[in-house]
Structure formats: structure tokens, C-alpha cells
Ligand binder design. Structure first.
Ligand code: TXA
Ligand code: MG
Length: 397
């Protein structure tokens, strides 16, 4: 397939000097083109939400199954109009007031102008007003709502930097608007407010406790599917967020550090490089437990596996079962900083692939606030892996 030539436009961060490029990108949207753009959560792949033909191109560019609906983005809460939604339930109004603009998607009855390709034929539509200034300026300049899934090839980790979008979608989209790394790093929380009780369809940037505090009632957790149960959100049934290498989720806090060390030695014995993703303190702990000289690296800077040349530990560790240079340790940040873990997560999954890892071991993060979203994404990435997790019991994670 020969697709469009993708233009990569770097923005400066200064609204006045960025305006001309944003206007040009908006014109591409109005003509039915595809524009990848930054939001505060992850990069989105946008098309005119009222143009069915343009929206179909999104599915083709991503390789996305047609039964997985898209989120429609608006520039301001005032743009929730009757042609976009037929009802705006009280819960939607309360949540939008509290969290918009921001990382929250509200599923409500769809309006008459929303093409079936956007909703995958469902009677509902997911709507969101993003907080990122570039996203809002783009949608406003386009003068219409913008349908946008995450800007990654279907099944791959979401794109949190323009480089990630390029890796997945170059030659398949018209424009990439680059405003640097996405500040939240995980996707929006998706809540269905179309029924009698609000239901959480996907944990995300807004923790469920915060939704409940605003609504004054519990939010039903539909986010984890029981086997055989039909998915309330089509996206829940697909393999998601998966790096190329199989990922195994370990819980050393529960199963012990010796089990985690054994899993790493075993993975190395099969053949490296092995990527280990975890909080900084936990990577240090694993280094002690294995005797391997793991050097935690910021995933944004990670290149080839092993300690960088000249750093203490380079080449010094040849412990049984594998050498330190066969391990790339990807640091999600401090254990008590869930926001940093969320920011680094998808970058780390992609860095593991870039390092040529044949196996990925992920160390569970504390399940508080955004940490729950991080764990939700890690579980989904793990369920796509071949290694399973029987030996360490992480199938229950
Ligand atoms: O943060 C985000 O939400 C990003 C940025 C670009 O806004 N977008 C994003 O879109 O993550 P996507 O397509 O990757 O994920 C949207 C999720 C899917 O799981 C989809 O099934 C669900 O939302 N969804 C969308 N519309 C729905 C609807 N009408 N009913 C149920 N689930 C819906
Ligand atoms: Mg996605």
C-alpha cells in the first residue's frame, strides 16, 4: 500500500507562532485528511467526526477492527450539541463540569449526525474535551468535532511521543503535529453514563475514586471482564498495549524477590536481551537479589541494553544465568510517584522493543490512584504474551 506522504510538523509551544501550522492541520482535517495530534493523555489520530469516509481512513491506517468505536473530541464543553449527543444525563453534566477539559471520556446516547462508523453501530458515543492546548486549538480551528483513537497501530502500546506515532503510522497519515511528550501518558478514563448507573469501562487518567466523589455514588467497575462475559465496551476484548516481546507480570512484593530473581535468570538462560520494567527501588532490589549489575535507565533515554559505556558496572557482572549487558532495566520512576509511572509506561514498553528484548518482565507497581491504571495496562500487555505466568502466580495480577 502506498499511503500519503506524512508531514511532521514540530510546534514550538508558543501559541502565537504555532497558530499557522495548527490552522494548516485543521484545513487537512476539514478536507477529510488524517492528523495525529498531541493530547494530555496520549497522541490521537484525528479525522472529521462527521465525515464517514475520513473516519474509515482512521481504521485503515491503524488496522483497527471496525467494531471498536472511536472517541469524539470537542474543543470546549459548549460544543456538546444535539447533533452530537441526543441526551446529556445529569451524571455526564456533573462529571464534565468537574473534569473537563481533561482525561475523561463520557459514553452517552449518540446524536443523529454521528456516522455509524464512529460508534461501530452502537447507539452511544464516547465524547471528551481534552486539556492539551494544541488539541483544543486544532479542534476549534477545524470547526467540528474530531474523532480520534490513540495514534498507534492497533494492538501496539499507545504513542506518547511524536516519534512513537511516526514509528507506527508514517506513510499512513497526512500530518503529525509534534508538541513533545504527552504529560499524562495513559489514556482517558472511559465512563458509561448512558444507563441508570455509571459504569467504568476503562480506568485512565482520572481515578475512579475521584469520579465517585463528584457523583456521590459508587461507579460500577466493568473494567475487568469475567471469562465468557460479553464486553460492555468493544475495546475491552482486544489485545492491547502489547509490545512485540512477550511480557510477564511479576509481583515480588507478594511472591518474594527470590521468585522474581529466578524469573529473570530463567529468561536470561533462554536468551537475551531481557527487558525489566519497574519502579526504581524495585529494580535496585532485583539487582541485589540477582547479583546482576542492573542500571535503571529512563525509558526516554534507553537505547541498547546493558550499562552505558564508562559507567560503574559496565561489563563487571557476569553472574550465573546471564550477563548484566543482556538486561535493559527500564525505570518507571519512584514507587510513590504514580503520575511518573503513568508518564513512562508506554515509553518503556516501546523502549523494550527498541532494545531488541526477547522477553519483558514487568514488576507490579503500587495499586493506588493512577497506579491502578498502570497495572490495568500491564495486565493487558501481559495477557498478549506467550509466556503466561503460571510459575509466579501473576495470572491473578
Ligand atoms: O485518552 C484517550 O482516550 C485517547 C486520546 C487520543 O483521547 N484516545 C483513546 O482512544 O484512547 P482509543 O480508541 O484508543 O480507546 C477508546 C476506548 C476503546 O476501548 C473503545 O472501545 C471505547 O473507548 N469506546 C469508545 N466509544 C465507546 C462507546 N460508545 N461505548 C463503549 N466504549 C466505547
Ligand atoms: Mg487505543
Amino acid at each position: 500500500m502506498t499511503g500519503p506522504r506524512t508531514a511532521w510538523w514540530k510546534l514550538s509551544g508558543d501559541p502565537a507562532s504555532d497558530r499557522p501550522l495548527i490552522q494548516r492541520a485543521a484545513a487537512v482535517l476539514r478536507r477529510g485528511g488524517l492528523v495525529a495530534f498531541p493530547t494530555e493523555t496520549v497522541y490521537g489520530l484525528g479525522a472529521d467526526a462527521f465525515n464517514a469516509e475520513a473516519v474509515r481512513r482512521i481504521f485503515a491506517a491503524k488496522g483497527r477492527p471496525a467494531d471498536n468505536p472511536l472517541i469524539v473530541h470537542v474543543a470546549s464543553p459548549a460544543d456538546i450539541t444535539p447533533d452530537l449527543v441526543t441526551e446529556w444525563p445529569r451524571a455526564a453534566a456533573a462529571l464534565a463540569r468537574a473534569f473537563w477539559p481533561g482525561p475523561l471520556t463520557l459514553v452517552v446516547p449518540a446524536g443523529p449526525r454521528v456516522p455509524a462508523v464512529v460508534t461501530a453501530g452502537l447507539p452511544t458515543v464516547g465524547v471528551r474535551c481534552p486539556a492539551h492546548e494544541v488539541a483544543r486549538a486544532l479542534i476549534e480551528a477545524a470547526g467540528r468535532p474530531v474523532a480520534a483513537p490513540s495514534a498507534n497501530r492497533s494492538g501496539r502500546p499507545s504513542a506518547t511521543r511524536a516519534e512513537d506515532v511516526w514509528e507506527d503510522l508514517a506513510g499512513r497519515i497526512d500530518v503529525l503535529l509534534d508538541a513533545g511528550p504527552a504529560p499524562v501518558g495513559v489514556e482517558s478514563t472511559v465512563v458509561d453514563v448512558s444507563g441508570p448507573r455509571p459504569r467504568l469501562l476503562r480506568p485512565g487518567g482520572v481515578p475512579p475514586e475521584d469520579l465517585e466523589a463528584v457523583l456521590g455514588q459508587p461507579v460500577e467497575r466493568a473494567a475487568e471482564l469475567a471469562p465468557g462475559e460479553p464486553p460492555p465496551s468493544p475495546g475491552m476484548k482486544y489485545r492491547h498495549y502489547a509490545p512485540r516481546a512477550p511480557l510477564e507480570l511479576l509481583a515480588p512484593g507478594r511472591d518474594g524477590w527470590e521468585a522474581a530473581a529466578a524469573a529473570l535468570r530463567q529468561a536470561l538462560a533462554v536468551g537475551g536481551p531481557v527487558a525489566v520494567i519497574g519502579c526504581r527501588e524495585d529494580l535496585t532490589r532485583l539487582a541485589e537479589a540477582t547479583g546482576l549489575g542492573l542500571v535503571p535507565r529512563d525509558p526516554a533515554q534507553a537505547g541498547a541494553p546493558g550499562p552505558p559505556a564508562g559507567e560503574p558496572g559496565a561489563g563487571a557482572h557476569e553472574a550465573a544465568g546471564g550477563a548484566a549487558r543482556d538486561v535493559v532495566a527500564l525505570d518507571l520512576g519512584p514507587r510513590d510517584d504514580a503520575a511518573e509511572q503513568a508518564r513512562r509506561l508506554f515509553r518503556a514498553l516501546r523502549a523494550a522493543d527498541a532494545a531488541g528484548a526477547t522477553r519483558i518482565l514487568a514488576l507490579a507497581v503500587p495499586e493506588r490512584g493512577l497506579g491502578r491504571t498502570v497495572m490495568n495496562r500491564l495486565r493487558k500487555a501481559a495477557s498478549g504474551g506467550e509466556m503466561g505466568a503460571g510459575a509466579t502466580g501473576s495470572d491473578r495480577l
